[in-house]
Design a protein around this ligand. Structure first.
Ligand SMILES: [Zn+2]
Length: 149
C-alpha cells in the first residue's frame, strides 16, 4: 500500500478490500512484471486482443491510440508515474511486420509454459495497459486470469 504520485490517494498492490472506506486511486496502474509472466494472464490478454478483431499491425495502432489518447495518470504498481513519451509504443514494437504480435495472439489457445523473455515484458505491458485504459473491468478479469466467456 502506497500513495499515488499523481493523485495522492492510496494505491493498492492487490485487489482493493471490499470493506475499505479509504478513498483509493483510480488512476490506471500498469501490470507488474510478475503478473505479465503468469501464463494465465498471457492467455487471457491474448484472448482479449484477439477479440478486438484487428490485424497484428492494427493492434499496435490501437495500443498507440489508447495510450496516447488517454488523459488520465498512469503509474507503476508502487505509485510512481509511468512515463509515456511519444515513441513509447514504437520503441517497444520495433518489428515493422509485428510478427511477435501475431505469435502472441495465437497464445490464447496454446500459450507456452516457458516464461516470456525479459525483452518481451514491455510489449506485454503496453498491450495490457491499452486494455486497462479501454476497459478497466475487463482488465481486472485478465489480471485474475479469469477470461471465462
Ligand atoms: Zn492516482
Amino acid at each position: 500500500m502506497t500513495d499515488c504520485h499523481a493523485c495522492g490517494l492510496i494505491v493498492w498492490a492487490g485487489p482493493v478490500p471490499a470493506n475499505d472506506n479509504q478513498p483509493s486511486c483510480f488512476c490506471v496502474t500498469v501490470a507488474a512484471d510478475f503478473e505479465l509472466r503468469r501464463r494465465g494472464h498471457r492467455i487471457a490478454l491474448a484472448a482479449e486482443i484477439n477479440r478486438l478483431g484487428l490485424s497484428r499491425r492494427e493492434v499496435v495502432n490501437w495500443v498507440a491510440d489508447e495510450i496516447y489518447g488517454y488523459s488520465g495518470a498512469v503509474h507503476w504498481p508502487n505509485g510512481v508515474t509511468f512515463p509515456i513519451w511519444d515513441t513509447l509504443v514504437d520503441d517497444a514494437f520495433t518489428d515493422g511486420s509485428q510478427s511477435w504480435v501475431g505469435d502472441f495472439m495465437k497464445q490464447s489457445v496454446n500459450a507456452p509454459l516457458i516464461r516470456p523473455q525479459k525483452r518481451v515484458i514491455p510489449k506485454l505491458r503496453l498491450l495490457d495497459l491499452a486494455i486497462r485504459i479501454s476497459d478497466p473491468r475487463l482488465a481486472a478479469r485478465i489480471a485474475r486470469g479469469l477470461n471465462d466467456n
